[in-house]
Design a protein around this ligand. Structure first.
Ligand code: S3P
Length: 171
């Protein structure tokens, strides 16, 4: 598809909402570059995310996340997938709104749970009751994700290709 992105499309939403898989397919469909802020943080630090959290703490991770997102927003327009907590940060919301277009991939909690349960690599879910933690994160974060200018339903009944089409329709 020949489509010229005016701004970087920034996918925001909970862990498991499909930001990375939708982002990759979206980039392919639009012939744009795909970047993922978590992958960039890992590449730059040489630590996986759980290790970054345990060695240096979440505050350190969030600082790196803000720096990486700002750097990625300053390049050519592309598709940027962010970690689930990125849009919770005020500075990130300002930067993303100024330099990109935030798209919230909105998914049901049960779908998120089906995708993340039993998987390691998400330090925020390393609790005694990860399902409850996920529910609480959704409850507190959803009103903040809702401030993104574009909302796209990424429900269990939708395929990745379907969701990509819905995002493209909103651009
Ligand atoms: C986080 C989500 C993760 C990662 C980190 C924190 C969050 O990314 O950035 O574990 O705060 O929700 P994904 O949303 O890609 O899983």
């Amino acid at each position: 598809m020949s489509y010229r992105l005016k701004k970087t499309v920034v996918l925001v939403g909970m862990m498991g909402s499909g930001k990375t898989s939708v982002g990759r397919e979206l980039a392919r469909a639009l012939e744009a570059e795909f970047v993922d802020s978590d992958e960039e943080i890992v590449r730059a630090s040489s630590y996986e995310i759980p290790e970054l959290f345990s060695r240096f703490g979440e505050v350190y991770f969030r600082e790196k996340e803000t720096q990486v997102i700002l750097r990625l927003l300053k390049g050519e327009p592309r598709i940027l997938s962010t970690g689930g907590g990125a849009w919770m940060n005020h500075a990130n919301r300002i930067n993303i709104t100024r330099l990109g277009l935030a798209v919230w991939l909105k998914a049901e909690t049960n779908l998120l749970w089906a995708r993340v349960k039993g998987k390691s690599g998400r330090p925020l879910l390393a609790t005694d009751n990860p399902y409850q933690t996920l529910r609480e994160l959704c409850d507190s974060r959803n009103p903040v994700y809702a401030r993104a200018p574009v909302h796209v339903a990424a429900f269990s009944s939708h395929s990745v290709a379907d969701t990509v089409r819905r995002v493209i329709d909103e651009l």
